[in-house]
Design a protein around this ligand. Structure first.
Ligand SMILES: Cc1cc2nc3c(=O)[nH]c(=O)nc-3n(C[C@H](O)[C@H](O)[C@H](O)COP(=O)(O)OP(=O)(O)OC[C@H]3O[C@@H](n4cnc5c(N)ncnc54)[C@H](O)[C@@H]3O)c2cc1C
Length: 428
């Protein structure tokens, strides 16, 4: 396993930010320098607010620098009809619209701020291994298309032609998705926010947040920030800053790997259009290429002793098998990251008291949604009524028996894999 991800290793636009030393005042203080915090900083400065962003490590240290770089403008597990059923028509459609436009937002920001991040709006493909799963994704594609999203249904042959993988029953593609280098994208957001006046600090961990007469004081090792409003964008990396928050989601460790670059001629067979792919299996199979022709894939496994070596090897074997690549290049980078998964798989804004919120949008689809969340948080910071926001806003919903249930996604993985096999056996 590498200490840093492929993206941190190859990203070219690193600029060091100072440690906060002394005291400062801002309208909005942001804790965490991932997509959520950086997008909120950019959108809030565009609204004329003064912003200070405090990152404990370096920018994109958390899930932002460790993901696969798939821009996926929809939700894991939840389709528009499910969202309307859960949130009601008005709030549900608000969230669906936000998701629907989130791919546009990412690629527009890249273009507007000239962010050099190997962005390619090539589309995101979700193939289905069985006829039953294909029926489900067709319904999904129709629901998104009905809301104006560029969603297209793909038959068996179209999936094979686009991905190079045989055996899927069909699938769908959201053309508004695509691929980026997430670290370069995050750093580009930071540069854009600073150009608008945001102050960004690295190696500045927020140790304590104390309520004051008209706002909050955030204490760090060498300084402090005073702000009228606070956005906690620490995701699954928040540690014990708010122990209660950590009990509102399932922390999921996900592994990723990148092979050494494949010879260019492979691209004639695999992903000639440079899309990213995640199928419908419970034990998700994902792949894409980076700009240098490295194959990237990821996954979860039941953890235990030796998982740091065992899991990347298992992902690499699966990649070779599914893509029919007996001579696959060896692993060049392997890393892991923490995702925060809400029990309902939807993004959430958590009310932490007057003028303070936290945001979680991850659920494995965070690049587009956290970018969109930044705009929503900026509206909140500028005074919008929380009930009018496009992301559900509520007091922390602590998961009962969290100490035990937090291990459920990993512990139940063998069962998920078995169910995938049974579904595929039944269908064959
Ligand atoms: C392995 C993996 C693969 C993924 N793949 C994809 C994908 O392909 N596509 C997709 O859309 N989504 C993907 N996701 C999800 C996506 O990466 C996340 O949703 C997104 O990066 C979350 O961004 P964030 O800013 O909310 O949090 P993070 O990026 O986790 O940032 C939180 C930051 O807060 C900082 N912090 C924590 N505590 C403090 C403190 N006290 N003081 C100051 N700073 C603090 C941390 O250092 C960290 O930098 C993946 C996630 C993982 C883990």
């Amino acid at each position: 396993m590498n200490d840093i991800s492929l993206w941190h290793a190859v990203a070219r636009n690193r600029r060091h930010r100072p440690i906060l030393d002394g005291a400062l005042d801002a309208d909005l203080a942001i804790v965490g320098g991932g997509f959520s915090g950086l997008s909120a900083a950019l959108h809030a400065t565009q609204k004329g607010l003064s912003v200070a962003l405090l990152e404990a490590q370096i920018l994109a240290w958390g899930a932002t620098g460790r993901n696969a770089g798939f821009v996926v403008p929809n939700f894991a597990k939840k389709d528009p009809a499910d969202i309307v059923a859960q949130l009601g028509a008005e709030r549900g459609e608000r969230l669906i619209n936000l998701a629907c436009g989130s791919g546009d937002l990412v690629f527009d920001l890249v273009r507007r701020h000239a962010i050099d991040c190997a962005a390619d709006r090539s589309g995101w493909i979700q193939p289905a291994p069985t006829a039953q799963a294909f029926a489900k994704v067709q319904a999904r594609a129709r629901q998104w298309a009905a809301r104006g999203c560029p969603a297209v249904i793909l038959d068996r042959d179209e999936v094979t032609a686009l991905t190079g993988v045989k055996g899927y029953a069909g699938g769908w593609m959201d053309r508004s998705g695509g691929v980026i280098n997430p670290v370069e994208y995050a750093r580009g957001l930071a540069d854009a926010a600073e150009a608008q006046g945001a102050r960004i600090f690295e190696n500045t961990r927020v140790r304590k947040i104390a309520r004051e007469a008209d706002g909050y004081r955030l204490a760090t090792e060498c300084g402090s920030a005073r702000a009228g409003k606070v956005f906690v964008a620490a995701n699954a990396y928040g540690g014990d800053l708010f122990p209660q928050l950590a009990r509102t989601y399932f922390p999921l460790r996900i592994f990723q790997l990148a092979t050494k670059p494949l010879p260019a001629w492979f691209r004639g067979r695999l992903l000639p259009g440079n899309q990213c792919v995640s199928d419908t299996r419970r034990n998700l199979f994902t792949f894409r290429f980076d700009a240098e022709n490295r194959l990237i894939s990821g996954g979860m496994h039941v953890f235990g002793p030796g998982s740091e070596q065992r899991v990347p090897r298992a992902i690499h074997r699966r990649l070779a098998e599914k893509l029919d690549l007996p001579d696959i290049s060896p692993i060049e980078y392997a890393w892991s990251g923490m995702a925060a998964v809400a029990p309902d798989f939807l993004p959430h804004l958590v009310d932490l008291g007057p003028g303070m919120i936290a945001g979680f949008a991850c659920n494995g689809r965070g690049i587009a949604m956290t970018t969109a969340m930044g705009g929503v948080v900026a509206s909140w910071a500028a005074g919008a009524d929380p009930d009018s926001l496009s992301i559900p806003y509520a007091r922390p919903g602590v998961i009962p028996f969290h100490a035990v249930l937090r291990h459920a996604p990993n512990a139940l993985l063998p069962l998920s894999m078995l169910r995938d096999h049974l579904d595929e056996d039944k269908a064959s």
